[in-house]
Each structure stands twice: as C-alpha cells, then as structure tokens.
Ligand binder design. Structure first.
Ligand code: COA
Ligand code: ZN
Length: 314
C-alpha cells in the first residue's frame, strides 16, 4: 500500500504519535493515542507515523506500539508508518503489519552513537539487512523502507555536518535497498538556503528516491524551511500536531513543525492537503486530556475561527 495522493498537492505526514510522544514526560494512555490517530485520519491525514519499535526501557512512551499499530491498521485508507532504530525493531515492525518503516540513520557519527549506539556505517549495514529481510517476505507483506537521514543540517553534539557526507550517506542508503531517503533536521538547525541546497544536491545524486522533509522548529525557521523545500519540488512533509517532538538523544532538540500551521500555510499558498483544519485543531483537546500540562504550540490554532478564514477563497 502507498499513501493516496489523489486530489492533493502535498502529503502531510503526521509524526506526533511517534516523534511527539517520544519526547513527552508523560505516557499518553493507549486509548488516547488511538483516539488521536482516528481523529487525525478523519480530519484527512493520509499517513501517520504512529509509534516506534524501541525497547520500552529506552523509550517507555512506546511500550504499547503493537496495540497502536493494530488500531491504526483498522482505519481504512490510512498509510501506517512506524520507526525502527535497529534490526530487532524492524522485525517487530514487520510482525505488526505496518505499511512503512523508517530507519533513523544519523549522518553525525556522535549523534548516531548516542541515539542508536551504532556508527553511521553500522546503521547503514542494519538498513541493508532490513531491506534483505523485507525482500524475503511474501509479496503483499513487504513494507516500504525509508532511510530517515538525521542531523542532516547540523548536530548539537558534533556541530557542522558535511554536505558531501550527507550525499554519500544518501547514496549508501539507496544502495542498501531503501526505497526512499528523507532528510531530517533533527535538531532544528537548518536555514532555508541550506535546505534548498541540500535537497538539490541529494536529488541530483539519488533522483526520485529522495523522500520528504522532516523539519523541527527549534529556531522558528520551520515554515521558512518548508517553503525552501517546496521550491525544490519536495511534496511530503512530516509535522506534529501542536508541535510536539524532539529527539531525546539530541540535546536541545525541540518540537516538530506544527501540523495545524503547516496545513493552513499550504492551503493559503493554494496547495491542497485534503485536511480539514477545524477538525485538525479540535484534536488538540485529545492531547490536552491525554498528556495534561504538556505545552501545546502553534499560531493558527490560537486564532479565532474568523481570523483563520482563508484569504485565498475571499
Ligand atoms: N525493541 C525491543 N527490544 C529491543 C530492541 C527493539 N527494537 N532492540 C534491542 N532490544 C532489546 C534486546 O533484545 C536486548 O534485550 P535483553 O537485554 O533482554 O537481551 C536489549 O534490548 C539490548 O539490546 P541491544 O541490541 O544491545 O541494544 P542496545 O542497548 O545496543 O540499544 C537501541 C540499541 C537501538 C535499541 C537503542 O539505542 C534505542 O532504542 N535507541 C532509541 C532510538 C530512538 O528511538 N531515538 C529517537 C528517534 S530518532
Ligand atoms: Zn524529529
């Protein structure tokens, strides 16, 4: 299964239940995660990264991953994505029946060691093994495998990340068998000029294997970076409801770009997302109840409904 892009110009991929919840202090009860995912799908989200298959001792918030995937797979038309940091995670993800598995592969060696306790080269070897395993499965049960290249635009541990290294790692991921390679600004250090340059360089190296943009809003540059990526032809963006998110193993990393603001901006730019903004904003209540006291971000959700009347339609 691939996410349907019929009738839309941009695929907004919600990563809050994974990237968002991995970084919250509280465990969101399973029933709330399920309500969130159902409501997001009903609001028009076509792809949701619903959890990660990590040891509960490392990220306790993901202890109910199997139940969450089972629920999400019951929602017709929803493309169910998960994250797996190692081969064992891939095996669990395949067992769960998820449609897409993202492997975090950090270009920064020191972030890679902190995050998955492997070097970048070892993580790419894991990806090769994961793809071979996937290819050995019966047709119809083979999930899509995405390499989520992390710390592409800078690392809070290592500092500057070499652009040439990003390109080399992207090529290595394709050679390892990954269907696509997304570029992630794990730490929110990217600026629009860099985003434009990086997507262009990687596209010229791996062509249509280049996947989407995973952006964080640490410095408030998130939506500017979206526009830069749009200008480079990127049409898939990860984002998180209420801007939750961050990598617990990248010091200083904060929330993803806010899904509500992203959807409003894209629609105002005349790009169709297929998402109902009012229904999307209403889901913040599930977060307020499921992880009480956790800060919820965003500009558009704080406006009166009249102030978010589309200027395009007017
Ligand atoms: N799911 C469940 N259990 C797992 C697992 C997984 N994906 N991977 C390993 N384990 C278990 C092993 O079976 C082993 O259990 P045991 O002690 O009962 O035998 C134990 O965890 C340690 O296994 P090991 O292979 O030595 O893992 P590790 O200690 O080298 O840790 C990771 C590697 C990848 C599991 C760990 O670093 C991790 O989960 N990182 C989280 C990364 C992340 O999600 N970051 C945020 C998103 S980018
Ligand atoms: Zn992230």
């Amino acid at each position: 299964m691939v996410p349907s892009t019929e009738g839309i110009d941009v695929l907004v991929s919600e990563v809050g239940p994974r990237d968002g919840l991995q970084n919250t202090k509280q465990f969101m009860p399973t029933a709330f995660k399920q309500r969130w995912i159902s409501a997001a799908a009903a609001a028009g989200l076509r792809e949701i990264e619903v959890c990660s298959f990590v040891p509960p001792s490392v990220i306790p918030q993901m202890a109910d991953a199997h139940e969450v995937v089972r629920h999400a797979l019951g929602i017709s038309g929803l493309h169910v994505a998960v994250l797996a940091p190692n081969f064992k995670g891939v095996q669990r993800a395949v067992e769960s029946g998820a449609h897409k598995i993202t492997l975090p592969i950090s270009v920064s060696r020191r972030h890679s060691l902190a995050n998955v306790r492997r070097t970048t080269e070892e993580a790419i070897e894991d990806a090769r093994r994961a793809c071979a395993f996937r290819d050995s499965l019966p047709e119809g049960q083979r999930p899509k495998v995405e390499a989520g290249l992390s710390t592409v635009f800078g690392c809070t541990i290592e500092g500057r990340v070499s652009e040439e290294q990003v390109v080399r790692d992207a090529i290595a991921c394709v050679e390892a068998g990954c269907d696509e390679v997304g570029l992630a600004d794990t730490t929110g250090m990217a600026n629009p000029a860099q985003v434009r340059r990086m997507f262009r360089k990687v596209r010229s190296a791996i062509g249509d294997r280049l996947g989407g943009a995973h952006l964080h809003n640490t410095r408030g540059f998130g939506l500017a970076n979206v526009v830069a990526a749009l200008e480079e032809g990127v049409r898939t963006f990860d984002s998180s409801l209420a801007g939750l998110g961050g990598c617990p193993f990248a010091p200083g990393a904060t929330g993803n770009i806010v899904t509500e603001d992203l959807v409003f901006m894209l629609e105002e730019m005349g790009l169709r997302t297929g998402i109902d903004l009012d229904r999307l904003i209403a889901i913040r209540q599930v977060l307020a109840e499921g992880i009480p006291g956790e800060p919820l971000y965003g500009h558009v959700p704080l406006l009166d409904a009249s102030a978010r009347t589309s200027m395009v339609a007017a």
